[in-house]
Design a protein around this ligand. Structure first.
Ligand code: CMP
Length: 219
């Protein structure tokens, strides 16, 4: 499995680590942990999708990220001891591997090279978060919708005859929470993209016909 935690390890060592992790089957709607709780383990996604969200005092929800196979979460409360910084909820059925923080520390001490890959993963996440923050301030909603679609396509897109099919598994509400705008505004942007022939919506998936135009709109 390709994940920063197993990168640059010989297959035997990574198999040993995977064997020491607890596999768990998860299904849509299941909450793995809540923001604010103490955390004692991290997770690696084998299959399926996980959303990481935060809730405001008045109950509104914002999504920080949608993660898929190979990605890791739940490590912040280890590297910066404190409560969970987000709520993790399953959006598409799958399987995840759990690793206790204490076991992770032992693993990193025995395999210091892995730390470099974990730092790489954290740095990429910070880069992406900075970009999302700048977009919230500088970009309009259609621009952010275009960017979210392109971002989802890099993780979940598959090439089809007409373009790229992105099975994101998100409801309209979740897509809006990811973009940080109301459902109505996000819907309007998607309807506009569809009317221009750039995309077609298919329930919890979307087909991207014109990636160039979306890229230009996202800038
Ligand atoms: P932790 O704080 O233990 O629990 C919530 C997890 O969500 C956190 O660890 C990270 O793994 C993940 N997370 C928090 N913020 C972001 C972000 N901006 N982008 C991607 N993942 C995040």
């Amino acid at each position: 499995m390709s994940a920063p935690l197993f990168a640059s390890m010989d297959p035997e060592a990574s198999s040993a680590l995977i064997a020491s992790m607890t596999p768990v089957e998860v299904s849509r709607g299941e909450v793995l942990f809540h923001e604010g709780e103490p955390g004692d383990r991290l997770y690696v996604i084998r299959s399926g999708k996980i959303k990481l969200g935060r809730r405001s005092n008045d109950g509104r929800e914002n999504l920080l990220a949608i993660l898929g196979p190979g990605e890791m979460f739940g490590e912040l409360s280890l590297f910066d001891p404190g409560p969970r910084t987000a709520t993790a909820t399953v959006v598409a059925d799958g399987a995840i591997l759990e690793l206790g923080h204490l076991e992770l520390i032992a693993w990193l001490e025995a395999n210091p090279k892995v730390s470099k890959h974990l730092l790489g993963a954290l740095a990429r996440r910070l880069r992406r978060t900075n970009e999302a923050l700048a977009d919230l301030v500088f970009s309009d909603v259609p621009g952010r919708v275009a960017k979210a679609l392109l971002d989802l396509s890099t993780r979940f897109g598959e090439t089809v005859d007409e373009g790229i099919r992105v099975a994101h598994d998100l409801t309209q509400e979740e897509l809006a929470q990811l973009v940080g705008a109301s459902r109505e505004t996000v819907n309007k942007a998607l309807a506009d993209f569809a009317a221009r022939g750039w995309v077609r919506r298919e329930g919890r998936a979307i087909v991207l016909f014109d990636v160039d135009r979306l890229e230009r709109r996202a800038r």
